[in-house]
Ligand binder design. Structure first.
Ligand SMILES: Cc1cc2nc3c(=O)[nH]c(=O)nc-3n(C[C@H](O)[C@H](O)[C@H](O)COP(=O)(O)OP(=O)(O)OC[C@H]3O[C@@H](n4cnc5c(N)ncnc54)[C@H](O)[C@@H]3O)c2cc1C
Length: 301
């Protein structure tokens, strides 16, 4: 691995940084350029330096990403090194920056008696990733609570946008093209009864239902309307099915685990097999919840 330097603020970029170090599945080939800016000024200088033809991929905690084994041609910008601010604005509203872990958002809000934020404890990613995915857990969903977001575009222009600028769906968000999230203002109902016990109880329920000690990306497929992807996969007899180092979890069939140095190709092959089997047994075409990025090995550079 070698380093290159941004002309303006001398930000170190890593060349050929293995992305398996930055994804919860622990798979993924190298990024041509990997930046971890520690301030908005550094981020702007990185954006200013990158040629318009260089693709940019944003990365939170990599907990919803399948990066292919050939890696990413272009630049990866990680938000987790940016300042992780959380500010209480009034009795109901907080401002959180994109690199903040959702768990921290949940815990601090619960201490501020903003109990409805507790669901964020179930999302092992950043606020930016939760905004991009409309992540949800325990009946709560990110964008239900968004009042406004701050975005940045390729030219480094920062904007404040109201929720109305975005089209929100189940694990889907559509808004201004080529803008990324720097943070959001959330509104939560005040709840005097808020306590950390609620978070502990949610996490205990989750531990009982999900295989959390093994690298995964959480749920691989979106739940089809009125059903559960996990139920359909189990019904197709795929619990425990293995390709290479990738295995359909015995505990929760919508989880594919990296049980033995899986490659992204192993995981993609298992995804294809699960899809085909569920289509055959239930007639349902499962849509991916995880985002697949990058090139296969031997892909065009
Ligand atoms: C064990 C486990 C359990 C999980 N449980 C849940 C769950 O209950 N509910 C749920 O919804 N998800 C769950 N997930 C999936 C994942 O945690 C969420 O999708 C999370 O929101 C991803 O956040 P991240 O920061 O890791 O994003 P990443 O995985 O790094 O990125 C996801 C996508 O968001 C984009 N992105 C990231 N940051 C930004 C930004 N600042 N601006 C614009 N785009 C950005 C990326 O480019 C990428 O397309 C789980 C994952 C695991 C491993």
């Amino acid at each position: 691995m070698s380093a290159v330097t941004s002309r303006i603020t001398r930000i170190e970029a890593l060349r050929n940084e293995p992305l398996r170090k930055h994804t919860s599945w622990r798979v993924g080939g190298p990024a041509d350029l990997f930046y971890a800016p520690t301030s908005i000024a550094e981020l702007r200088s990185v954006l200013a330096d990158l040629p318009a033809t260089t693709g940019i991929h944003w990365l939170g905690l990599g907990s919803n990403l399948l990066v292919r084994d050939g890696g990413i041609r272009g630049a990866v910008i990680a938000t987790s090194s940016l300042p992780r601010d959380l500010e209480r604005l009034d009795d109901h509203r907080v401002r959180a920056s994109a690199g903040l872990a959702c768990m921290l958002l949940a815990k601090r809000c619960v201490r501020w008696q903003l109990g409805p934020a507790a669901f964020f404890a179930g999302i092992p990613g950043t606020v930016g990733g939760a905004l991009a995915m409309n992540a949800g857990a325990f009946g709560g969903e990110t964008w239900t609570h968004v009042e406004a977001v701050t975005t940045i575009d390729r030219r480094g222009t920062v904007r404040e946008r109201p929720r109305a600028d975005f089209e929100i769906g189940y694990r889907a968000v559509r808004g201004a093209a080529d803008e990324w999230f720097l943070g959001a203002t959330f509104r939560f109902d005040h709840d005097e009864a808020s306590s950390m016990d609620a978070i502990k109880e949610m996490l205990a329920r989750r531990n009982a239902a999900q295989p959390l000690g093994v690298p995964s990306c959480g749920s691989v497929f979106r739940n089809p309307e009125g059903d559960f992807a996990g139920r359909l996969i189990e019904q197709a007899g795929l619990k425990g099915r293995r390709i290479g180092g990738a295995m359909v979890s015995d505990k929760h069939a919508n989880f594919i685990l990296n049980v033995a140095d899986a490659t992204a190709a192993d995981i993609e092959a298992l995804i294809a097999e699960v899809r085909a089997a569920v289509e055959k047994t239930s007639g349902v075409h499962l849509e991916l919840e995880v985002r697949v990025v990058g090139e296969p090995v031997g892909g065009q550079v």
